[in-house]
Write a protein that binds this ligand. Structure first.
Ligand code: FE2
Ligand code: FE2
Length: 217
């Protein structure tokens, strides 16, 4: 039997392998004008994602009975709400109306599904969102920051200093949940399946995202 700690490391590697070359939202080779538009689109989508993340954490809190995990969630909710406000304010500074943006149906469906997962076991929920989802979004933010540095330094700094450190903490909540709860082979199989389910859904949303950016570019 694999110890929970070793299992968490293995599963993190499997998730990373799934994501290699699959974040299609931004194109590192694109000219700076195209990259600026891709980053701007990410921010519009980001406002929506942060708002829905706060909503989903609020929906999950009553269904996380494990005290040592549940007590971490209000802090996460607070972070996501602050990220929502920070990104929204930055878009307004850039002359945009963040409220005019309509999310892609694929993203809306992803969050609707996550909210509806609230009654699933804590192990599965936190494997999906905090462990798989937020670890991948940290990677995505690292890429975004690197690509934004020469086209929109202020936005890059906002992500680097005010958002990314919190997202790393959220991913750590996922690792903690799995370390505590994924002890038996059956629990480990459930956590692995939950990650796969989440990764596939997020990847489908990324593809839809990129198709829309390319149409508007
Ligand atoms: Fe966030
Ligand atoms: Fe987060």
């Amino acid at each position: 039997m694999t110890a929970a700690r070793d299992f968490v490391r293995e599963l993190a590697q499997e998730n990373a392998a799934f994501w290699r070359g699959r974040d299609v939202r931004v194109d590192p080779g694109a000219p700076s004008a195209v990259r600026r538009e891709q980053i701007r689109y990410r921010m519009r989508q980001g406002v929506y994602n942060e708002l829905r993340s706060a909503e989903l954490i609020a929906a999950w809190i009553p269904f996380v009975p494990e005290r040592e995990l549940r007590e971490l969630l209000p802090g996460q909710l607070d972070d996501e709400q602050r990220h929502y406000q920070l990104l929204r304010r930055r878009l307004i500074e850039l002359g945009e109306d963040p409220d005019a943006y309509r999310p892609l149906p694929e993203w809306e469906a992803l969050f609707d599904w996550l909210v509806a997962c609230r009654t699933r076991p804590t192990l599965e929920k936190l494997a999906m969102f905090q462990f798989a989802g937020e670890t991948q979004s940290c990677e995505g933010f690292e890429t975004l920051i690197a690509l934004a540095e020469d086209v929109d330094l202020e936005t890059a700094e906002l992500y680097r200093t005010r958002i990314l450190p919190d997202e790393y903490r959220h991913a750590a909540i996922g690792r903690k949940a799995l370390t505590l709860l994924a002890e038996s082979p059956a629990a480990q199989a459930r956590a692995r399946a939950a990650c796969r389910e989440m990764n596939e859904k997020v990847f489908a949303a990324y593809r839809a995202h990129r198709a829309r950016v390319d149409r508007s570019a």
